[in-house]
Design a protein around this ligand. Structure first.
Ligand SMILES: NC(=O)c1ccc[n+]([C@@H]2O[C@H](COP(=O)([O-])OP(=O)(O)OC[C@H]3O[C@@H](n4cnc5c(N)ncnc54)[C@H](OP(=O)(O)O)[C@@H]3O)[C@@H](O)[C@H]2O)c1
Length: 281
């Protein structure tokens, strides 16, 4: 019988995941398919019940990464601390949640900058769901220090508190409006991750005055468009990369969790880049 996987979100039609996952399933010679399902918040319960019978696993994208948790039977420590699940495995009708966004970002940082998370000093610009997942993962991987910048300071502080309590990591916080503090704050970090949703729309402003960005930093933007911060880095010669490799590696890890086989990463990369180029046209 054909094995079925899915990605759910609202919206989800734009997702590049089916292209890369179907290329991988084919490469692995599996009689399987991966498709996108548009699920609204009020349909989550029904979807998860159906998934118990119909699917072998599914990915979750915006805005359901936290909302799906009450419908699961088990969850990894990192997903619980971050309050974010992007990968669910179905086994004997039971749903087990995990998060692979942090792993994907870790691999992307190694590829882009030869940067390694253990003992690293990492800043997050924005503290929404993606930053929660990645910061918690980095703490679990032995990051030396984390620097959390967010518009809503209370969100950064509550994440910092959780990470300190669970992992004992040194975590510092700063508000995006505290312009006088930002340069020194970012200078302490080896790499900064742009995790706000600013830049998704062409008219979006930068998250803060980019003149405050130190020359010594490297910037990874989780968005895979030319955001204001990416343009500024290119102009000033600051090493930077966009979020496509993060998407690739989080998906590769999901596939490995579901199939217990090594993901054909280069096949997935090729399919992802082709789908991205087609969507950008
Ligand atoms: N490449 C990948 O594989 C990958 C994976 C996951 C996510 N992402 C990207 O990561 C980004 C964030 O996703 P998410 O799930 O974390 O979203 P989210 O939970 O909605 O968080 C949004 C973040 O953006 C901040 N923000 C929104 N509008 C702002 C504004 N006008 N000024 C300053 N800050 C603002 C929010 O700050 P407040 O807390 O103050 O509201 C929050 O920190 C998205 O653009 C998404 O595309 C990429």
């Amino acid at each position: 019988m054909m094995i079925k996987f899915a990605v759910i979100g609202d919206p989800v039609a734009h997702s590049l995941s089916p292209a890369m996952q179907n290329a991988a399933l084919k490469k692995l010679n599996l009689d399987a398919e991966y498709f996108a399902v548009h699920v609204k918040a009020e349909g989550l319960k029904e979807f998860t019940e159906c998934a118990r019978r119909e699917l072998a696993g599914f990915n979750i994208t915006v805005p359901h990464k936290g909302a799906v948790i009450p419908f699961l039977d088990g969850i990894s420590k990192e997903a619980r601390v971050a309050g974010s699940v992007n990968t669910v495995t179905v086994e004997s009708g039971r749903l087990y949640g995990d998060t692979t966004d942090g792993y994907g970002l870790e691999q992307a940082l190694a590829e882009a900058f030869d940067f390694h998370v253990p003992n690293g000093r990492i800043a997050f610009i924005g503290c929404g769901g993606a930053a929660h997942a990645a910061a918690v993962w980095f703490a679990s991987r032995g990051a030396a220090e984390l620097f959390l910048l967010n518009r809503t300071l209370a969100t950064a502080e509550s994440l910092a508190e959780k990470i300190r309590r669970e992992y004992g990591t040194s975590v510092h916080t700063c508000g995006l409006s505290e312009a006088d503090k930002i340069p020194a704050f970012l200078k302490n970090a080896d790499v900064a991750i742009q995790c706000t949703s600013l830049g998704l729309k062409p008219e979006d402003p930068a998250p803060f005055d980019l003149a405050l960005l130190p020359d010594s930093i490297r910037v990874y933007d989780t968005i895979y468009k030319k955001t204001p911060i990416v343009r500024e880095c290119k102009r000033r010669g600051i090493p930077c990369a966009n979020g496509l490799a993060m998407l690739l590696h989080q998906g590769a890890r999901s596939l490995e969790i579901w199939t217990r086989r090594k993901a054909p990463v280069e096949t997935m990369r090729k399919a992802l880049e082709a789908a991205y180029a087609k969507a950008a046209k």
